[in-house]
Ligand binder design. Structure first.
Ligand SMILES: [Zn+2]
Length: 159
């Protein structure tokens, strides 16, 4: 399977800037507060996701070995470069999806301040690492004729 794409440069630049600011502010807030769990920093784990990788993830736990990790074969916002999954890394550089609720709350708060749609605050199927561009911002980008869909070789926008 293709490995995850953690390159922030593969995201829509306007969206990437929001994620970078959220991460910088969350890390400033978190540094020194979570030494007990070995916290080092919050980082982008996966941003852009191709159709092929999403389908491979979907097969996992269904037609392939492993646990089910996704409910959909469609990459959605990740496929448009306007979603990011950020997780926290410990001092050994190992990523973590779980852990201290207070740490995640800081991440949610900083992401929300950037106007991001925060997966950790969704009522159905909360997804702590996931943030995506909100509908109003996407509408604004489209009104300005943003050509990011063309750049990514995609034709169907998420809205
Ligand atoms: Zn995600």
């Amino acid at each position: 399977m293709e490995i995850q794409d953690g390159n922030i440069l593969h995201l829509l630049p306007e969206f990437a800037a929001m994620v970078e600011t959220a991460l910088r502010e969350a890390n400033r807030e978190c540094t020194g507060k979570f030494d007990n769990i070995g916290f080092k920093e919050l980082k982008l784990f996966e941003g852009y996701r191709s159709q092929a990788r999403q389908e491979a993830l979907y097969d996992q736990g269904r037609t392939e070995a492993g646990n089910i990790v996704t409910n959909t074969p469609i990459p959605g916002y990740h496929g448009f470069g306007i979603a990011a999954d950020c997780v926290w890394y410990d001092r050994l550089n190992i990523p973590h999806w779980d852990g201290d609720a207070g740490l995640w709350e800081i991440y949610f708060h900083c992401a929300a301040l950037q106007g991001l749609d925060v997966g950790g605050r969704w009522h159905s199927f909360p997804d702590s690492p996931h943030v995506q561009a909100n509908h109003l911002v996407i509408k604004d980008w489209r009104r300005k004729g943003h050509d990011y869909l063309k750049e990514l070789g995609l034709s169907t926008p998420p809205l």
